[in-house]
Design a protein around this ligand. Structure first.
Ligand code: ATP
Length: 198
């Protein structure tokens, strides 16, 4: 059996981190025997430049609060610290170089991201350079038809099926309906949002 340490890289905007993201971190870690599950907030996702994203330090703070009690869930500032925005292919390459073959890497994404993967920078190289785990999301189909022969290192899982989305949370928060956010956000994240008026 492969004794290498297993590390998951989970990129996203996390504006804000919600219970769906956390459920993915916890359930994927269990299912794939992940030793360290890294949340890697983006400076600003290249494909989400049509809207204003909350400051990186707020998104980092909410992630840190949300993962505080789970030792294997860790937040990485690699993309936030970069002088300019990083593409996923660069981030994965960075961790591969840094971890130097002593670990097995898994990149995690939801079914909505997977359906758009062919728009990502150097997607063919990204798909073949490491393992990928795609998680089901209500309303999105899981197929490999769009990636042709590049899907060999891609695993699908339905271990999480949750229709929570950050877009919906931002809408509820902007309409002042914070009482409806209880089930969608971890408590300290909801408190943080109220306290700083995000
Ligand atoms: P937004 O509504 O702003 O697009 P989001 O809820 O999709 O946000 P992101 O930070 O964009 O959250 O997501 C990071 C990653 O997590 C993406 O790969 C996305 O597909 C995945 N993801 C987010 N929410 C879910 C969910 N409920 N089920 C499965 N995957 C999810």
């Amino acid at each position: 059996m492969d004794q290498r340490k297993r590390i998951a890289i989970y990129g996203g905007t996390f504006d804000p981190v919600h219970v769906g993201h956390l459920e993915i971190g916890r359930r994927i870690s269990e299912l794939f025997a992940i030793d360290q599950f890294l949340f890697v907030p983006a400076r600003q996702a290249p494909h989400k430049q049509d809207r204003e994203v909350s400051a990186g330090f707020h998104r980092y703070a909410m992630l840190a609060l949300a993962t505080q009690d789970d030792p294997q869930l860790v937040v990485s500032t690699f993309e936030l610290d970069a002088p300019d925005r990083r593409y996923t292919v660069d981030t994965v390459e960075h961790f591969q170089r840094e971890l130097n073959g002593s670990t097995e890497l898994f990149f995690i994404m939801g079914a909505d991201s997977w359906s758009e993967i062919t728009t990502w920078r150097e997607w063919e190289r990204l798909l073949t350079m490491t393992n990928h785990i795609v998680v089901t999301r209500p309303g999105f189909e899981l197929t490999k038809d769009h990636v042709g022969p590049h899907g060999e290192r891609v695993f699908f899982t339905d271990v999480v099926m949750n229709d929570v989305s950050a877009t919906n949370i931002r809408r509820l928060a902007s309409e002042g309906r914070t009482d409806q956010l209880d089930d969608l956000l971890p408590c300290p994240v909801l408190e943080y949002i109220k306290k700083y008026g995000i």
